[in-house]
Design a protein around this ligand. Structure first.
Ligand code: NAD
Length: 308
């Protein structure tokens, strides 16, 4: 049987992911609710359909790439939810970064109807999606994960199976909490060095090779002109927006509360990123947090929102 893929949610990530599948010769129908994203999908020559019935017709894979848990819940389990319209031999691959509770609920509701489901959020951002080099963080049973593997191999470079269903979003939330904290840490260290009037290139080079190194500092450096190809060199255009990071830190904070885990730095990182968003920087790349950390020492000759 030829695979028929229903791709629901073709925004910044879903659009290039669906495009990779099409380029690999897969039969893909896409559906979205945003006129702007539908237009972009048409411009990318994706096969856009107008109704959920059409996108589900004949589909044995349903891939969803939606913003938040409430969207996933409403799509599958809401008043007009599609769960009862999905074929029994289909597999749901939910790639959205959402709360563990919603992901587990969807998994349970799917299973009770004999439908397979995995959670498979991604890292690698829009750039990774465009070149088929995402990393999939996957939760689900072996059979379902292996069924989804050929499609994930097309869209991604690494398939990292974390455990049972719900583990993919679990590891994604833990990872992004650590990332948000370390982006603030890297910004604090570099801005301190700047106030100390040190040579930033030398500080960066030494720290990259010392015990204070982390991915945010070495690879996604929050101050410009230290690392090639990062948003800090490009007026902090995202990349991964401060709003997205705030959403993920909120997911981590809620998850921590639900199991009484102590995550004081995760909580503080959420406060700092929330304030940054409230200051009008939601669409700034999350590495632009260095501006907030730097205060009046942050004197680079451009506006991080790209307005110059
Ligand atoms: P986006 O807002 O650009 O796209 C989401 C799309 O879902 C939109 O086009 C929206 O119209 C559509 N949508 C919402 N509800 C829908 C529904 N009921 N039916 C059909 N379509 C619906 O978001 P994105 O940047 O593509 O991110 C998607 C997910 O991936 C998020 O959970 C995000 O946290 C995660 N993620 C994003 C990045 C990134 O760099 N953008 C990186 C890794 C993970």
């Amino acid at each position: 049987m030829t695979d028929q893929i229903a791709f629901i949610g073709v925004g910044n990530m879903g659009n290039p992911m669906a495009d990779q599948l099409v380029k690999a010769g897969k039969k893909v129908k896409v559906y979205d609710v945003s006129p702007e994203m539908i237009q972009k999908a048409k411009e990318a020559n994706l096969n856009v359909v107008e109704t959920l019935d059409e996108v589900l017709d004949g589909a044995n894979f349903i891939i969803s790439m939606l913003p938040e848990g409430k969207h996933v819940k409403s799509l599958f389990l809401g008043e007009k939810g599609i769960i009862d319209k999905i074929s029994k031999d289909a597999l749901i691959i939910d790639c959205s970064t959402i709360d563990i509770e919603t992901s587990l609920l969807l998994g349970k509701e799917a299973k009770s109807r004999g439908i397979k489901m995995i959670d498979a959020p991604v890292t690698g951002g829009v750039m990774g999606a465009r070149v088929g080099k995402l990393n999939f963080l996957v939760g689900g049973d072996d059979e379902s994960v292996n069924l989804a593997r050929p499609l994930m191999d097309i869209m991604g470079q690494k398939i990292l199976h974390a455990g049972p269903q719900g583990s993919g979003v679990g590891v994604k939330i833990c990872n992004n909490m650590s990332l948000g904290i370390s982006m603030i840490a890297a910004s604090e260290a570099l801005m301190l060095a700047k106030r100390l009037k040190m040579d930033l290139k030398k500080v960066h080079e030494i720290m990259k090779n010392a015990s204070g190194n982390n991915w945010a500092l070495s690879t996604y450096t929050p101050l410009p002109n230290l690392t090639d190809g990062v948003p800090s060199n490009n007026k902090y255009r995202p990349g991964f927006s401060a709003a997205m990071m705030t959403k993920d830190l909120k997911l981590a904070n809620d998850a921590a509360k639900s199991v009484s885990a102590s995550t004081p730095l995760g909580k503080h990182a959420l406060e700092i990123f929330s304030e940054f968003c409230n200051e009008g920087e939601s669409e700034t790349d999350y590495s632009g947090i260095s501006k907030k950390i730097g205060g009046d020492a942050w004197d680079y000759p451009f506006d991080p929102k790209g307005k110059d």
